[in-house]
Design a protein around this ligand. Structure first.
Ligand SMILES: [Zn+2]
Ligand SMILES: [Zn+2]
Length: 242
């Protein structure tokens, strides 16, 4: 599987990550990536940045060091209604809106509560991808989740860090089930390194293996072509504006 993009990365703006946007773009260029999405944590994350940071992101160029930049966010889901920590008017101007559940920002609930939060977020029409949905701290109904993503045309992430780092240990089994369901329904898959430094950029091996084992086709994986990403995003923009 030829990977041309990393769709989940953090910079110093996240408060616990170590590269600037320029450094992330330069490293992406060195690695031969064509595109990188910068997805810093939303303001509810301790040590994160103010919401104005995301309001102002569109001033950045769309290409840095020859690498296309998706000016994005990893927004925090705050409640069972799918409320996000970045105002909708800012999200509307970003290129790539990821959202996920983080225990610093919402108490893990029952399967029903967690599923409701994620499904409401999908149905809000404000987000492009749900990140690390296999986190065992937030158990969800996999079939309901994948069905909602399929219906709304929202991508599902396979997060490499969930499979390799200790903080979401135990994600593998859930990710496997989610990826199998996504393969069945043909849901767009987004691979994310969740790099918190330039040195983790494009480290996606575990996510790729899991996707392949689950029967996810190369065609389903957004990271394999910038055309595919742009096509997906233009369809999303249509959804977001309605
Ligand atoms: Zn996250
Ligand atoms: Zn992240």
């Amino acid at each position: 599987m030829k990977i041309v993009a990393d769709l989940h990365t953090h910079t110093v703006a996240s408060g616990h990550a170590y590269g600037t946007i320029w450094e992330m773009a330069r490293r992406s260029s060195e690695l031969g990536l064509e595109l990188v999405a910068i997805t810093d944590h939303g303001p509810a994350m301790p040590g994160g940045t103010h919401r104005y940071y995301f309001g102002n992101l569109p001033i950045l160029p769309t290409v840095i060091e020859g690498v296309s930049l998706l000016r994005g966010v990893e927004a925090n889901i705050l409640d069972a209604e799918g409320t996000l920590d970045v105002p909708a008017r800012y999200l509307a101007n970003l290129d790539w809106v990821a959202a996920g559940l983080h225990s610093d920002c919402i108490e893990p609930g029952s399967v029903e509560e967690n599923t409701a939060a994620v499904v409401a977020t999908i149905k809000s029409g404000l987000v492009d991808v749900i990140v690390h949905p296999g986190n065992p701290r937030f158990p969800i109904d996999h079939r309901v989740f994948v069905g909602a993503a399929s219906e709304a045309g929202v991508a599902i992430e396979i997060n490499n860090a969930s499979l390799t780092l200790p903080h979401r240990r135990g994600s593998d089994g859930n990710c496997n089930i989610i990826a199998r369901l996504a393969a069945e329904l043909g849901v767009a898959i987004s691979l994310g390194s969740d790099a918190h430094s330039p040195w983790q950029l494009a480290v996606l091996d575990s996510a790729i293996s899991l996707a392949k084992e689950a029967g996810v086709t190369e065609n389903q994986v957004l990271n394999t072509s910038t055309d595919k990403i742009r096509h997906f995003l233009s369809a999303r923009r249509g959804q977001r504006n309605t």
